[in-house]
Design a binder for this molecule. Structure first.
Ligand SMILES: C[S@@+](CC[C@H](N)C(=O)[O-])C[C@H]1O[C@@H](n2cnc3c(N)ncnc32)[C@H](O)[C@@H]1O
Length: 282
């Protein structure tokens, strides 16, 4: 853990009054573990019904908090992520889960298991071309198996923020999608992506996330999580004018703060055309 030194909220009447003391976990694993408590995951997992003995994959598992949740409910879980350090730490925390350090664009050996459930939260937005990944994930499901996607749209869409910063954010988001780095509109596109990849869509739902879709001033731990997120986004800081990070964090603590972000989950089933994508060798 480290304390952000000397960060001050310049705005008169800031609820945190003067120096904001923010403890920022120094490792990505610890940052993801802290974020996990705000994610609307448990209720969604609950709705999947009995999980005892089910073969489940958590794709882009990060610190493995969702994989652990499935394992605690009796599923045989495989957690997959391209970040070797995250996978190693996740394995230390939950040795009973099968952890794989691999890239999701290539199902390779992990994709041959015939999963009953594939879960992927806050990860499909990173796919350069989401339908290419999803067609491969479709083939990794057992017939009738389900894929649950959860993601955010408008991650940086917060008010109040100045016009110049808003334009910078809009431009940055469009460029990130064009460069195949990140889709800031992922939540809105989940269903379209599922349909285009051969899934029968069973439904979608909007969810509240205490860090991403909250209204009113951010509490210190949420603010610290945002400070850590902005620190992980050097391209955004480079694209913005000096002081962007402080202005963005001030927006999050403003009494009239509003998030226009959406967190959405969509569920698709491997249906009648099961095998079509596999047959094409996708
Ligand atoms: C925002 S985190 C989400 C972690 C976790 N699923 C959750 O809900 O908290 C996105 C994760 O996707 C992983 N990831 C992104 N692109 C990937 C790829 N091409 N292959 C494997 N993992 C990937 C990252 O390493 C990161 O751990």
């Amino acid at each position: 853990m480290r304390l952000l030194p000397g960060r001050r909220c310049a705005r008169p009447g800031c609820p945190w009054n003067g120096k904001i003391r923010m403890t920022v976990p120094s490792s990505l694993f610890d940052q993801y573990e802290r974020q996990a408590r705000w994610r609307p995951v448990a209720a969604t997992v609950q709705q999947l019904g009995p999980l005892e003995g089910k073969k489940v994959a958590d794709l882009g598992c990060g610190s493995g908090h969702v994989a652990r949740m499935f394992a605690a409910r009796g599923a045989q879980v495989t957690g997959i992520d391209r970040d070797a350090e995250l996978v190693a730490l996740a394995a230390r925390k939950a040795p009973g889960v099968h952890w794989v350090n691999a890239d999701l664009s290539d199902p390779g050996t992990w994709g041959r298991s015939g999963f009953d459930i594939i879960w992927s939260s806050f990860t499909i937005a990173y796919a350069p071309d989401p339908t290419t990944w999803l067609k491969r994930w479709h083939a990794a499901l057992a017939p009738g198996g389900r894929l649950i996607l959860m993601d955010v749209g408008g991650l940086l869409d917060h008010e109040p923020i100045g016009e110049a910063d808003r334009e910078t954010i809009g431009h940055f988001c469009r460029e990130a999608a064009q460069a195949g780095l990140y889709h800031f509109d992922a939540a809105e596109r989940l269903v379209d992506w599922l349909e285009a990849s051969g899934f029968d869509v069973l439904g979608e739902t909007d969810l509240h996330d205490e860090e991403l879709t909250f209204t009113g001033p951010a509490p210190p731990d949420v603010l610290a999580a945002w400070a850590a997120r902005l620190a992980r986004m050097p391209r955004l800081r480079a694209a913005a004018s000096p002081g962007f990070t402080d202005r963005f964090l001030a927006s999050l603590t403003h009494p009239d703060h509003r998030s226009h972000s959406r967190v959405r989950a969509a569920i698709g089933r491997r249906g009648r055309d099961a095998g079509r994508w596999a047959a094409r060798g996708a």
